[in-house]
Design a protein around this ligand. Structure first.
Ligand SMILES: Cc1ncc(COP(=O)(O)O)c(C=O)c1O
Length: 395
């Protein structure tokens, strides 16, 4: 029998186990909700990106079911061959109206929207100036583009300026940031970065995956929150988080969108969204426009939970959004916190390297509009008890 050529993978997994970084996949027994059953265990769920509870919203379900009945469950083709349906065009029109841009193109995910866009609008002669905590899909897009990658310290506009000063005026430059940073919940410094982009003639790009449905009027995102409409050339959003379904999109000029139709590889070489997904996303835009109370509730819950976690004595970093990290440092301790919370009925995932720096392991919490105060208080009580048991907080 030949030796297993993949045996090195088992060695890697053993090493992850030794470092406390090995995780088994938690399985939801039912729906994605604020209180649910995970691994046959009833929990308050603080781990989803389902900010507004739209994964189970009746209007989205209804529209998805209607689309299945009318249009079927799949498209059978990529967008550029036979996979563009009227419902995809309707979704893109609605998103462009919502984001106040000329046009939008929808991708299969936020990941492919970022990676496909950055890799197609740049070449090896260009340069990217990128925040050190930008999402993995941006980093992969940069690598695929083969452009030179210059990383600036987190949110440091002056450091980005210093980098820009060293670059030839004629070189094409992309300045790129997350709108909301996914592991820390803080905001990209958009006004400062937009001013830099204007000063140095950069393309300005913002990944608003965690901001759409959360920040700005009716959830229009950080561009709206900061009032920088018209100053961000490439806006990426996701349909997989607050929007409650699946997908990503790029909003910008008509020329940008038509270019992506011709050059973005995930758009060209991967099958389009099933009709029920597109229908659910359209219904989600209706909900954002017609039920803004959901966003108000999300923010009420955010303020309540964040203030109380902090007053328990946890290090919650610099978050400004519904994402609140509980930063522990050591990975084994973060995983122990997560595991003990789970045993007490609170699902808050532990996160370690490579998702965050080695010494910044954490439990990440995300509250939603649909959490009740009782659920949040139950979670806070568990955090307090387990935090004291593990010596993360005193008292
Ligand atoms: C900042 C950021 N950008 C992009 C993505 C990718 O979005 P999607 O889950 O739709 O692929 C995520 C999700 O993990 C994210 O946190």
């Amino acid at each position: 029998m030949r030796a297993d050529p993949l045996s090195y993978l088992s060695a890697e997994l053993d090493s992850l186990k030794q470092q406390g970084l090995y995780r088994h996949l938690r399985v939801l027994d039912g729906e994605q909700k604020s209180s649910t059953s995970v691994d046959h265990h009833n929990v308050v769920n603080l781990s989803s990106n389902n900010y507004l509870g739209l994964t189970t919203h009746p209007r989205l379900r209804e529209r998805a079911l209607e689309a299945i009945a009318r249009l079927g469950v799949g498209t059978g083709s990529v967008r550029t061959i036979a996979g563009t349906m009227a419902i995809h065009m309707e979704l893109e029109r609605r998103l462009a109206d919502f984001k106040q841009t000329e046009a939008v193109v929808v991708f299969q995910s936020g990941f492919t929207a970022n990676a496909g866009t950055v890799s197609s609008i740049l070449t090896k002669d260009d340069v990217v100036i990128s925040d050190e905590l930008n999402h993995a899909s941006i980093i992969d897009g940069c690598r695929l583009s083969r452009a030179d990658i210059k990383v600036f310290p987190h949110k440091n506009v002056d450091a980005a300026r210093k980098i820009l000063r060293t670059l030839p005026a004629t070189q094409r430059k992309l300045l790129i940031t997350d709108g909301v940073f996914s592991m820390d919940g803080d905001l990209g410094p958009l006004p400062g970065l937009c001013a830099l982009a204007e000063e140095f003639g950069c393309i300005m790009m913002v990944d608003d995956a965690h901001a759409s449905g959360v920040f700005g009027r009716n959830g229009r995102g950080t561009i709206d929150h900061f009032g920088v409409h018209g100053r961000v050339d490439v806006q990426v959003g996701t349909l997989s988080k607050a929007i409650g379904a699946l997908g990503g999109y790029v909003a910008g000029t008509r020329a940008l969108i038509e270019f992506l139709h011709h050059r973005a590889r995930p758009f060209l070489f991967s099958t389009s969204h099933p009709p029920p997904v597109a229908a659910a996303c359209i219904a989600a835009i209706d909900v954002l426009l017609e039920e803004p109370a959901l966003i108000d509730r999300l923010w009420d819950n955010t303020r309540f939970f964040k203030a109380r976690l902090k007053s328990l004595g946890f290090n919650t970093g610099m978050s400004e959004s519904p994402i609140t990290p509980v930063i522990v440092g050591d990975a084994q301790r973060a995983m122990a916190l997560s595991d003990r919370l789970f045993a007490r009925g609170v699902f808050a995932q532990g996160i370690g390297f490579p998702t965050v720096a080695r010494d910044k392991a954490r439990v990440r919490t995300i509250v939603t509009a649909t959490h009740t105060r009782d659920q949040l208080q139950f979670a806070l009580d568990a955090f307090g008890q387990v935090g004291r048991e593990l010596g993360i907080i005193q008292g």
